[in-house]
Ligand binder design. Structure first.
Ligand code: ADP
Ligand code: MG
Length: 424
């Protein structure tokens, strides 16, 4: 008989309570993952967390495990403590208010409840920063221990301030089950968090991969002209070869070397080993470098580079970023026949940075515009048709967007927008 009664301590009501809690945790991560809005600001996340935890909090109270004359047994402290440990007092305080108001509305006011949960709020919030610094495994253990300690302190508090009856059911449902439940929920939270983290890292890596593959295909592209050069050098080494032929071979070889150089310029000007790291970079600083580098080319072609820059930080890789704008601004310079100017302007908005490169050059026809960024599309005698493609890949890797407008004979405007990291 004793066996049977013990078995029923983990009954339908306990499982229901657990069910409310687990579903809402999944719901939180589901919304967080799918709704962009919640990823934007910490405040929105906190708000979502509070809402998602207050639902099981209320449901647990509404459908409790057991109602005794002076207390209601349920697992409400599980969502409350999860919110407190992970969110600190800013999440805990609204949960505390919701808990007390709901309890008051459903079962009437009781001073013990207020005392117990205010105590849990204070100690839980103090524990929260420590909890967040722990490793994943330590969190499992620490959350269970802390929940247990809080339950014991709560019990002592209840006994001291009133003649509280410690029943068997109370011991099980208030002191023994919650530590396991909290620890279990922590396990789930950590697992979901890690899964989301790994996935977002995988997406980043994949984008990097595309740019790395570019490197492979471009090095192949460089090998071609070098092979041609090698062939003509061997021919020139032949015994009976006329001066005239020699000169001809020499010119072809030099042209091919020029082409190899141009390809390298379009992709590898700033290349360093292991550049595949995202870091905060200053748009003003990087663009200044690029413009300084292009100034000699511009002067030679009688082109002015007029820049209006603003400090702003975006996330990306400095070398790739410079390569990207080197190619775009260089195309602007090359588009100008005779005198003219290339304008580089930076706009900083609430959440974005826009970089506009405008030239007063030859412009493009509709057909040319449609092919912009296509590999090996070039209208230039010695063009590679790689520069625009490389730039676009880099912009996409950095989560940027771009638009291009062009009119034959009037000029071209390229607009590139990146998410803003910091204003200054
Ligand atoms: P390349 O500069 O070696 O030709 P790109 O990939 O940099 O290769 O550019 C591809 C083509 O796009 C150019 O040949 C040109 O026809 C066109 N283009 C790019 N930028 C401009 C621009 N600012 N004005 C006019 N045409 C442009
Ligand atoms: Mg180019």
């Amino acid at each position: 008989m004793g066996e049977l009664r013990k078995m029923t301590y983990i009954n339908q009501h306990v499982l229901n309570n657990l069910f409310y809690i687990l579903v809402s945790i999944f719901f939180f991560y589901f919304l967080y993952d799918y709704v962009r809005f919640f990823q934007r600001k910490k405040v929105y996340q906190r708000l979502l967390f509070v809402v998602c935890l207050s639902v099981p909090l209320i449901l647990c109270m509404k459908y409790p495990i057991y109602i005794a004359p002076d207390c209601v047994h349920d697992l409400r402290q599980v969502p409350f403590l999860i919110g407190t440990f992970y969110g600190g007092w800013t999440v805990s305080f609204p949960l505390l208010l919701i808990l007390l108001l709901a309890r008051w509305a459903m079962y009437g006011y009781q001073f013990i409840t207020v005392a117990v949960y205010v105590m849990m709020f204070v100690f839980g919030s103090l524990f929260s920063p420590i909890f967040q610094r722990l490793s994943r495994k330590q969190r499992l253990f620490a959350s269970a221990v802390m929940t247990f300690i809080l339950a014991i302190v709560a019990t002592i508090l209840a006994i001291v301030i009133s003649d509280f009856q410690v029943t068997e059911s109370y011991v099980i449902h208030f002191i023994l089950v919650p530590p396991f439940a909290v620890s279990f929920v922590v396990l789930i939270v950590e697992t979901l968090r890690e899964a989301l983290l790994i996935r977002s890292k995988a997406i980043k890596l994949e984008k990097m991969e595309v740019v790395s593959q570019l490197a492979a295909s471009i090095s192949h592209e460089i090998r071609n002209p070098l092979t041609v050069v090698k062939g003509f050098m061997q021919l020139m080494g032949g015994k009976d070869i006329s001066e005239e032929k020699k000169e001809q071979y020499m010119n072809i070889a030099l042209e091919e070397l020029d082409r190899a150089c141009a390809i390298i310029d379009d992709y590898l000007t700033f290349a360093k080993p292991f550049p595949e790291k995202m870091e905060p970079l200053d748009v003003h600083h990087e663009l200044t470098k690029v413009i300084d580098m292009l100034r000699p080319l511009a002067n030679m072609s009688g082109v002015d580079i007029v820049s209006t820059l603003m400090p702003a930080k975006v996330s990306g890789n400095a070398q790739y970023f410079r390569q990207c704008f080197l190619n775009i601004i260089k195309n602007g310079i090359e588009a100008i026949e005779g005198d003219g100017a290339v304008y580089v302007v930076v706009y900083v908005a609430q959440k974005t940075v826009t970089i506009v490169v405008r030239d007063e050059g030859v412009g493009m026809t509709k057909e040319q515009l449609a092919r912009y960024g296509e590999p090996y599309f070039s209208t230039k005698q010695k063009g590679t048709g790689l520069g625009a493609m490389v730039s676009i890949r880099i912009i996409e890797m950095m989560d940027g967007t771009w638009t291009i407008e062009s009119e034959k004979g009037r000029g071209t405007t390229m607009k590139v927008t990146f998410p803003l990291l910091l204003k200054k």
